[in-house]
Design a protein around this ligand. Structure first.
Ligand code: ZN
Length: 185
């Protein structure tokens, strides 16, 4: 039913379509019949287990930096964009340089923290959101097995282990891949 191989996020057969990727039902709201692509697994037939979801979150965290640490020339994948793009400019807008400003509840306004990529201009309300940065193959080869080990240490519910030895190893893994100790999936 489920599998864990080194350096892989744990998946299981999709319980909604029994791994077929298709889901049959009698009649939809719009009157169509027959098997449709399963929306739970998007037709792949597999879903991440709770451990897999948690490990994926750790991987994303290890591969992301706060917006304030993004630099011109970094290759990033912004929220809402499926592709990685090169950063052309980054920083706070000011009174000399803004095209739109966010309004505070009291009617005053604030400037955006702006990350402009080759594709799009992203205005963030502050400089704290985590931004996914493209990684070198070397870094991925270092991080992936540690994330797989983290996944294997998690409970079936995807929670971090409470036992002392396991919790200590989780802390070591986070430190090694640059994730704060207090981060949890
Ligand atoms: Zn499915």
């Amino acid at each position: 039913m489920s599998e864990t191989t080194p350096q892989r996020l744990e998946t299981a057969s999709c319980p909604r379509c029994c791994g077929s990727g298709r889901y049959s039902y009698c009649q939809t709201m719009n009157g169509r019949y027959g098997p449709e692509t399963c929306f739970k697994c998007l037709g792949s037939g597999v879903i991440y287990t709770k451990r897999g979801i948690a490990a994926k979150a750790l991987l994303n965290r290890a591969y992301s930096v706060p917006a304030k640490d993004v630099k011109v020339g970094d290759v990033v994948r912004m929220s809402g964009d499926r592709h990685f793009r090169t950063v052309e400019s980054v920083g706070w807008d000011d009174e000399n340089n803004w095209s739109s400003r966010a309004h505070n509840p009291d009617g005053t306004y604030r400037y955006y923290f702006r990350i402009r990529t080759t594709a799009c201009d992203h205005g963030l309300l502050d400089d704290t959101p985590m931004i996914r940065v493209a990684q070198t193959g070397e870094r991925k080869a270092f991080v992936a097995p540690l994330v797989a080990e983290y996944q294997a240490l998690l409970t079936k519910a995807g929670r971090e282990p409470k036992t002392k030895a396991k919790a200590a190893r989780v802390a070591e893994i986070k430190a090694a891949i640059g994730v704060p100790a207090e981060w949890t999936p």
